[in-house]
Design a protein around this ligand. Structure first.
Ligand SMILES: [Zn+2]
Length: 197
């Protein structure tokens, strides 16, 4: 579920709450997932014998939004496999996650720039370099093979869970098909750069 930022549209920079809430959960080590199994670090793909859609579930688009990492760590440890089609599990911005500092949790949202503002061909094919662009370019071939992508974010404000569906009908259809969360936001994207949905 896309949920990084304010309940309606994500601001340019996520505002830091006046008081940083206490960190009440422990974060998983991702060392066991570093190798990946599809030629990309921290990316795992499992194909069933029966044909079906390719679904990718991602966490850590933002390095300090750990709910996705916790969920995907659980999913991999449980050995969940698709009954048909293909399931990919991706820890996106691990470099930022590994810099997490409980005393300054918002600093590890990214290393150089927001991983979720890079998703247009001119940026990806351009000559610019950053930690996030290198990761985006490594993951791009995998993204281009998937039919459905679910990107798990954490909120920086206390609010109800929500899905960010974008303006395309397929995003709304995916959010409605999941049936949770109840609230679905249809917004027009971000002026700072294209997001991956
Ligand atoms: Zn986010």
């Amino acid at each position: 579920m896309r949920a990084g930022g304010a309940p309606t549209t994500e601001p340019m920079a996520v505002p830091v709450p006046a008081s940083v809430p206490p960190i009440e959960v422990s974060f998983p080590s991702l060392a066991a997932y570093a190798a990946g199994n599809c030629g990309i670090p921290y990316a795992w793909t499992f194909a069933a014998r029966r044909t079906g859609p390719h679904v990718l579930v991602q966490g850590l688009t933002h390095g300090n939004e750990v709910c996705g990492a916790i969920a995907l760590d659980w999913l991999l440890r449980e050995g969940l496999r698709p009954a048909r089609g293909t399931l990919s599990v991706v820890f996106a911005n691990v470099a930022a996650y590994e810099r997490f500092d409980p005393g300054d949790p918002f600093a590890s949202r990214c290393v150089d720039e927001d991983f979720n503002r890079l998703w247009s061909a001119d940026v990806l094919d351009g000559s610019r370099e950053s930690t996030e662009l290198r990761r985006a370019r490594a993951l791009r071939p995998l993204y281009e093979r998937v039919d459905h992508l679910l990107d798990l974010h954490s909120m920086s404000d206390p609010c109800l869970p929500l899905a960010m569906a974008g303006r395309q009908r397929k995003g709304l259809a995916l959010a409605q098909a999941l049936g949770f969360p109840q609230h679905i936001v249809i917004d027009g994207g971000h002026s700072a750069g294209r997001r991956r949905r």
